[in-house]
Design a protein around this ligand. Structure first.
Ligand code: SAM
Length: 346
């Protein structure tokens, strides 16, 4: 591929898909990583940059789409005209997904039939969205979803997606340098995502992305800016800690992991963030987890801020600290809240 085309990809219009409600924090990361023209939309964030560098460096999005066209589509003729102007051959074979809303073309299967006649069939995902008679066409650049970093080959009970863990660390205001404790860390998702960020290791390192079919990796040697950070993961289950330990080794980081019940946990320093995805739902083996966390927050971790996933109003009241922020999230098909709490007395 020649240099001119590489420059073109530097300015590609991209869309980072993220869980609804978490767009602000996704946008913060995208801006912080130096991408341009960052704009929040529903369910994601649009911006401009190189597709490979977006997939390689962003920790929060679920996947990255490349916008390839936008045109009016009030009729099938207009849709066909718009489609035939797109240069889709570069992307290889495609699988179309169509959604229609508030438009004269309302039958998504009928639209999909037409689209399938105009594009080569294959495995790269093509998204056709018709909204208010306007068609937006996007191509998936990620391939396998971005939470599959490659290091979490084993999990404990009810794991959190890596991308969601990275987002919640941002929602809680954590940045490298701030001490972090996850007292019920399971397979280690929070400590490992935090340790990767503190070590400045790109989340997509060693991975291949769908867009490598049509654009090349940029040769940009980076100087890592690691920030020494105290990161602890604890869990009362020895087998789960063994899993977390193997995950950290695969990730190439080294947070402190130990088998310990929350009732015996001591704060390692005076201030930091306690973050936790406690057991909840019908299969939870510890119905007292929120009471135990509430006790920690009013004693050992009084001077720490906290970010905790809560499953019910009763769980929130057991924490015995008023939240400064409540963000609705979903995990494993359950509707939950992530609550952020300031240190006691602030
Ligand atoms: C929902 S899982 C955490 C999953 C984790 N965030 C992940 O991504 O893998 C909850 C964990 O809390 C642990 N746990 C429950 N009660 C505990 C206690 N009193 N002390 C320490 N760990 C506890 C369980 O062993 C389980 O691994």
């Amino acid at each position: 591929m020649n240099g001119g085309l590489q420059l073109t990809y530097q300015r590609t219009e991209l869309f980072a898909v993220c869980p609804p409600g978490l767009e602000t924090w996704t946008a913060d990361e995208i801006k912080g990583n130096g991408f341009k023209r960052v704009q929040i939309e529903v369910g994601g964030v649009s911006f401009v940059g190189h597709p490979i560098s977006a997939n390689l460096t962003l920790r929060c999005p679920t996947r990255i789409l490349q916008r390839v066209g936008r045109f009016p589509a009030p009729t099938f003729q207009a849709l066909e005209r718009g489609f035939k102007k797109l240069e889709l051959d570069d992307f290889g074979g495609l699988t179309a997904h169509v959604s229609c809303s508030k438009s004269r073309l309302y039958h998504s299967d009928a639209v999909k039939d037409r689209v399938n006649r105009w594009v080569n069939q294959g495995s790269t995902e093509l998204y056709v969205r018709i909204h208010r008679d306007r068609c937006t066409v996007s191509i998936d650049t990620s391939g396998e979803r971005l939470h599959r970093r490659g290091w979490r080959l084993e999990t404990g009970p009810a794991p959190l997606r890596e991308t969601l863990a990275s987002l919640l660390l941002r929602v809680a205001g954590w940045t490298p340098g701030i001490a972090l404790v996850d007292p019920m860390c399971g397979s280690g998702t929070f400590p490992i995502e935090a340790a990767l960020r503190a070590a400045d290791i790109p989340p997509g390192m060693g991975r291949q992305f769908e867009c490598e079919k049509w654009c090349k990796k940029q040769d940009q040697p980076r100087v890592l800016k690691a920030v020494p950070t105290l990161i602890l993961g604890r869990d009362r289950n020895q087998d789960t800690i063994d899993i977390a330990q193997r995950n950290t080794e695969r990730a190439g980081v080294n947070p402190s992991l130990e088998t310990l019940d929350t009732s015996r946990l001591k704060a390692p320093v005076d201030a930091g963030l306690l973050i936790c995805n406690p057991p909840y739902g019908r299969r939870a083996k510890n119905p007292r987890a929120y009471d135990q966390l509430g006790l920690l927050l009013s004693t050992e971790f009084k001077t720490w801020s906290a970010g905790i996933i809560v499953s019910s109003p009763r769980a929130l009241s057991a924490l015995k600290r008023p939240p400064s922020r409540v963000v609705p999230i979903s995990n494993g098909g359950l509707k939950l809240n992530f609550v952020v709490m300031e240190p006691e007395g602030q």
